[in-house]
Design a protein around this ligand. Sequence first.
Ligand code: UDX
Length: 438
Amino acid sequence: MKIAVAGTGYVGLVTGVCLASKGNQVWCVDVDETKVELMKQGISPIYEPGLSELMKEHMDALTFTTDYRSAYKDADVIFIGVGTPEKKDGSANLAYVYTVAGQIAESIEKDCIVVVKSTVPIGTNDKIENFLRAKVRRDVNVFVASNPEFLAQGTAVRDTLHASRIVIGVENPEAGEVLKKVYENFDAPKMVVNRRSAEMIKYASNDFLALKISYINEIANLCETVGANIEDVSAGMGMDPRIGNRFLNAGIGYGGSCFPKDTKALSWLAAFNDKEIKTIKAAIEVNDSQKFKLIKKAKKYYDSFEGLTVAVLGLTFKPGTDDLREAPSLVNIPILLEDGAKVKAWDPVGVANYKKYYPTEIEYCKTIDKALEDADICFIFTEWPDVKNMDVALFEKKMKCPIVLDGRNCYPLDAFKDVHIIYDSIGRPVVDYLYLDR
Ligand code: UDX
């Protein structure tokens, strides 16, 4: 089977490489020549653990190109894995999806199945099929299938090869059979449903996870007031299999390329249909304010950041990725800078991307030690393993005033037994061995 994949971002490239690893010939198409040149040399343009290795192992089965015509013309299956970013009104921008659909329509010379992996509003696959049918050669049959993606950044290869489920949304049973064959060797349960249900499964799943995070964050905020500990509360809740113990980590809110955009897109879609999903609206509101939680906490210790040295550990929206999309650091650091703080930041892989926003305003440090040196306060935005595993005595040793605000609950509270520090995290009692006069 010849497979083509449009787009070489997280979804497209990971899909292409995983399909190649299962014995398919895969053509990966992108408009960006620089990216294509890198991939031809076996270099992944995105940071994703395990991806480069798998790519190098299967280079014989992979073709990287900007020439979409030769990729699409005789393909049996074409995956669309391009972005659907958020528009100003919260709806999904489908411009890239339709650009690719237009290129497919002008290129294909034989019957094929177009598989939409991009997250698109319910009903979009029907529209894409109509669009394609109106434009392709008369002797060519084209069917559209919805096959949403559930991979998380940082674990994308594992999530694809051993997916929790493979959802295949089709209106035509033969297209379903072809896709089942494509995924034959993937270790995952497969379900075939209609296209609109497949599209809805994607949004409903992502939004449910976002809701779960906002819920636990609100419970954490209340824990702080009433003197409970969210770690114990989450653990106790998670032992109930009906709740499940994952995605119950309280923190400074969800970021990334999916939850913020998909919650807004579903809200928009509901409103467009004269409906309202109140729970999702609430999840968005909670998340928007949770992102500023550490700044609010900091005000307990300092009236202003003017003249303070602020250490920042972690810039990316989560560990295991260099992605900054919707990262809490991007809304907090500007406040610190505007208020006159000197910001010293450490992140193992996110610095190059952060420099695109702040090339000179921040001092980027190569080590955690350097970032902490002489700091008046430290903000932890990302729970990188290096942060979680460091000796917490460093805070006391290096900082001028060891006040640590942890947005990701990186340490158990008893880690600070012998450390003179203020450690203020999310939903847990404050550890205060400094007893500052305030
Ligand atoms: C998510 C979904 O997990 C994935 O299935 C979907 O296809 C795309 O969106 P991703 O955005 O890569 O994946 O990361 P994920 O690990 O889900 O985390 C998203 C955000 O939620 C991060 O900012 C993370 O810090 C936050 N989070 C996650 C919490 O605050 N608490 C948790 O318990 C879990």
